[in-house]
Design a protein around this ligand. Structure first.
Ligand code: UDX
Length: 449
């Protein structure tokens, strides 16, 4: 075994393969902390943009970090696996593992092709660290494969170091993670990762060394728990609507119990994005393969509750529209899966907007960051350049993504341009009283009216 020696300053040159939200932030942060970093992606347009300091996606605070890395000379990008293999002794794999098209299982094709291309070029001892979210058992299989295909053989070691960053807060979460989980098979690999994360560790971030399968499981279990919490409060919203109770007050009261906690307890349109939906589905599929599908059958219900929120949103809008959406003008505020992001992957907001269009409504959408992505995916919708423009002449206004700009919207100003003062607050983000006082019919998921 010939990993770089675990002494301070030992690892200097690090590569990051895959430059999505995860890889780009990780690469820029590593450069910021003083490492020489080479980011790699198979997409030449992406590599070109990043090399010019231009982000191919929206992430607050990341562009300055990227530019500072480029300016310092410690950060660069390439499309070449050969350059990556020659450059680093430590390689982070950050490629995507989306849900397969016609299945709940994760699509690991990017991961396998990356490992294959890199592995065959690794001719000196190194540590390869997976950060992508994978089904439990993947890392052990990849470790074995890597030792077979790489010229350095057993000198190439594999570790798994899951990432817990939230989009929109990715820079902060990378600099100050809640915890660092390192799935390792040797104390030397652990020492290398402790060196890489010396700064957050010194700032108090707990570092947990585990075996490979436990590290993989931490990630999917954390996302399953968060999804369950969100669906729990949304299930309570269904009960609240039936009982004429207020789910926002219920959530506040529950969250004050330190055993429960307020995080991930905001009721509304539910979860979407590139992680929670596909991770709970992939987790169920993997549990089935392991013969323990019953252990995770509750996640089916978590998923179902989440999807019901979208249907309920359409129902509420239909009620406000007088029983049918056909011919109605609908103004939609927000299509990103959450605020401070341009990500529309499995976005509940975009799903609702497209469904309403399908039901015969004329839907006009505004989002501060996600318009270009939404337009590409749903050309049939109309797009506006501002919130005011989106709701002009609307019979019903829908708040679907809780961007601060929408939470601060003035009911009088919006009221001045709509056809009818009807609003459904899909994120429980507005103060119902001030909207009702301004003459709006206000409806929300899980609240009395
Ligand atoms: C999530 C995990 O939080 C992160 O740790 C993991 O690494 C990746 O997946 P992310 O997808 O960026 O991160 O978003 P998150 O902030 O968790 O929100 C996920 C979805 O749940 C969003 O659609 C959001 O609007 C929704 N949500 C979140 C709620 O509906 N209610 C809440 O209380 C919290």
């Amino acid at each position: 075994m010939g990993l770089p020696p675990p002494v301070a300053g030992a690892v200097r040159r690090i590569t990051v393969l895959g430059t999505g939200y995860l890889g780009t932030v990780h690469a820029a942060w590593l450069a910021e902390t003083g490492f020489d970093v080479l980011g790699m992606d198979t997409d030449p347009a992406r590599v070109d943009a990043l090399s010019r300091g231009v982000l191919p996606f929206y992430e607050p605070g990341l562009e300055p970090l990227l530019r500072s890395g480029l300016k310092s000379g410690r950060l660069s990008f390439t499309t070449s696996y050969a350059e990556v293999a020659a450059f680093g002794d430590l390689h982070f794999i950050c490629v995507g593992t989306p849900q397969r098209a016609a299945s709940y299982r994760a699509d690991l094709s990017q991961l396998h092709s990356c490992l294959r291309a890199l592995g065959t070029l690794l001719d000196r001892p190194c540590l390869v660290v997976g950060k992508s979210t994978v089904p439990v058992g993947t890392a052990e299989a990849l470790a074995e494969r890597l030792s077979v295909i790489s010229p350095a053989g057993l000198g190439c070691e594999l570790a798994w170091n899951p990432e817990f960053l939230r989009e929109g807060r990715a820079v902060y979460d990378t600099m100050r993670p809640d915890r660092i989980v390192a799935g390792v098979t040797s104390s030397r690999a652990e020492a290398v990762l402790r060196q890489v994360y010396a700064e957050p560790i010194a700032a108090g971030t707990p570092f947990l060394a585990t075996d490979l399968p436990t590290a993989e499981l931490v990630k999917v279990a954390a996302n399953a728990f968060l999804a369950t919490k969100i669906s729990f409060i949304n299930a309570m919203a269904e009960v609240c609507e039936a009982a004429n109770a207020d789910v926002t007050k219920l959530s506040e009261a529950l969250g004050l119990d330190p055993r429960i906690g307020a995080a991930a307890l905001r009721p509304g349109l539910g979860f979407g994005g590139g992680c929670l939906p596909k991770d709970i589905r992939g987790f169920m599929a993997r549990a089935g393969e392991l013969g323990v599908d019953q252990a995770l059958s509750f996640l089916r219900e978590v998923d179902a509750i989440n999807m019901r929120r979208r249907a309920r949103m359409v129902d509420l809008a239909t009620e406000l529209a007088g029983g049918s959406l056909r011919g109605q003008t609908i103004g939609v505020l927000g299509v990103a899966f959450k605020p401070d992001s341009d990500d529309i992957r499995d976005s509940p907001a975009l799903d609702v907007a497209a469904t309403m269009h399908g039901l015969g409504a004329a839907v006009t959408v505004y989002d501060p960051a996600a318009l270009a992505n939404a337009r590409q995916a749903h050309a049939e919708l109309s797009y506006a350049g501002s919130a005011l423009e989106a709701v002009t002449n609307a019979d019903v206004t829908l708040l679907l993504t809780d961007w601060q700009e929408f939470c601060d919207a003035d009911p009088e100003e919006l009221g001045g341009v709509v056809a009818k003062r009807n609003i459904v607050d899909g994120r429980n983000a507005l103060d119902p009283d001030s909207w009702r006082d301004a003459g709006w019919t206000y409806r929300a998921l899980g609240r009395p009216y």
